[in-house]
Design a protein around this ligand. Structure first.
Ligand code: ATP
Length: 337
């Protein structure tokens, strides 16, 4: 395996008596896009601040390119950060904002301008070099903030909810751009979000955090299709959670106490021979979601058991209908509690 660019070794952090990170260990490969995904308060920003040097962890070490950076100040480590509010200087032009970090590093005027323009070109904004931040749209400001962080050629670019201030459509568009820019420059990006769709769209490595620890990590497709814990199965997408004993699934890991089934894995109607029958129930809720409908099906024999099912819009179905449910055994995911 190639040497990791970043090694987070048993990092824990407390604010006073509150332990907010617990023994986080994580390797980040060169040229990769890592997303830290988790609900509010799970410790994502704290971990990002430790990577950026804004916080020194209570325990553990952070190595970047093999060098122990744990106690190094932000300006002394090969990292830059893009904050959610962009933190652009309002009185400076776009060009001056982008060149700022180079000026701080003593780079000469001509070289500064050349590199700032080159980086603005990467983010598609070389035509607004002379504008002030207030003359830009939200998406453009976000890209200027990105250019400002990239211009100093950091080994590691840290992004804290960088798309949080944008509307949904622009957010999705900027995700595509961020991914393309990261591929083009090859810098390691570490991006914090609580938006699971954003994580799936961007990440090479998706790190799911909960209450200060890593619940699960891996390529997003693996984490989505084979979540290891109940938390991940319900936080990253939706799942129906059932006791393992409730499904007669051949070959299921006997150590699993629970199973998860994704909404798109559940079929309605007669059980095909290769599938596992899941029982029957009443449609209690049906929500149109554009390309599909989302049905909730309650099992009258088990009042706590609600199946969430993704149904094609063309399938005739109404609230109050009784349906039988089935699933391929391959789509039944064994979970640790
Ligand atoms: N400076 C601080 N002093 C005390 N407690 C803090 C401080 N910063 C964060 N915390 C606490 O640490 C925990 C983790 O916070 P953190 O901001 O890392 O979570 P997060 O996952 O990034 O959440 P969000 O998505 O809301 O930003 C929370 O309980 C938070 O209240």
């Amino acid at each position: 395996m190639t040497e990791p660019l970043v090694e987070i070794q048993s990092v824990s952090h407390s604010f006073g008596p509150h332990r907010v990170l617990e023994a986080i260990s994580l390797d980040i490969a060169p040229a990769s896009y890592t997303v830290l995904l988790g609900p509010s308060g799970s410790g994502k920003t704290t971990l990002l601040n430790i990577l950026g040097g804004f916080l020194t962890p209570s325990e553990g070490r952070v190595l970047i390119k093999g060098t122990d950076c744990t106690a190094l100040a932000p300006a002394r480590r090969p990292t830059t950060t893009v904050f959610q509010d962009y933190a652009l200087f309002p009185h400076m032009t776009v060009g001056a904002n982008v060149a700022f970090g180079l000026r701080m590093r003593g780079v000469g005027r001509g070289e500064r301008r050349r590199r700032a323009l080159e980086t603005l070109e990467i983010v598609g904004l070389d035509h607004v070099e002379t504008r002030k931040p207030h003359e830009l749209s939200g998406g453009q400001r976000q890209r200027v903030a990105l250019a400002r962080a990239l211009v100093v050629e950091p080994a590691l670019l840290l992004l804290d909810e960088p798309l949080g201030a944008l509307d949904l459509k622009l957010r999705r568009q900027m995700q595509d751009e961020l991914k393309a820019i990261q591929k083009r420059v090859g810098t390691v990006f570490v991006h914090v979000t609580h938006d699971q769709e954003e994580a799936m769209a961007l990440a090479d490595l998706c790190v799911v955090m909960s209450e200060g620890h890593i619940e699960d990590m891996g390529p997003p497709e693996r984490v989505y299709r084979r979540p290891r814990t109940r938390f991940t199965a319900t936080f990253m997408g939706e799942s129906t959670i059932l006791p393992a004993a409730a499904v007669a699934c051949p070959g299921l890991d006997p150590a699993a106490s629970l199973v998860a089934i994704r909404p798109e894995s559940i079929g309605l109607g007669d059980t095909p021979p290769s599938h596992v029958a899941l029982g029957s129930g009443t449609v209690t809720d049906l929500v149109f979601q554009g390309g599909f409908k989302r049905a909730s099906v309650a099992d009258p024999a088990e009042p706590d058991r609600i199946y969430t099912v993704r149904v094609p819009v063309t399938q005739p179905l109404a609230e109050g209908d009784t349906v039988t449910l089935h699933c391929s055994p391959d789509e039944i995911i064994p979970l640790k509690e």
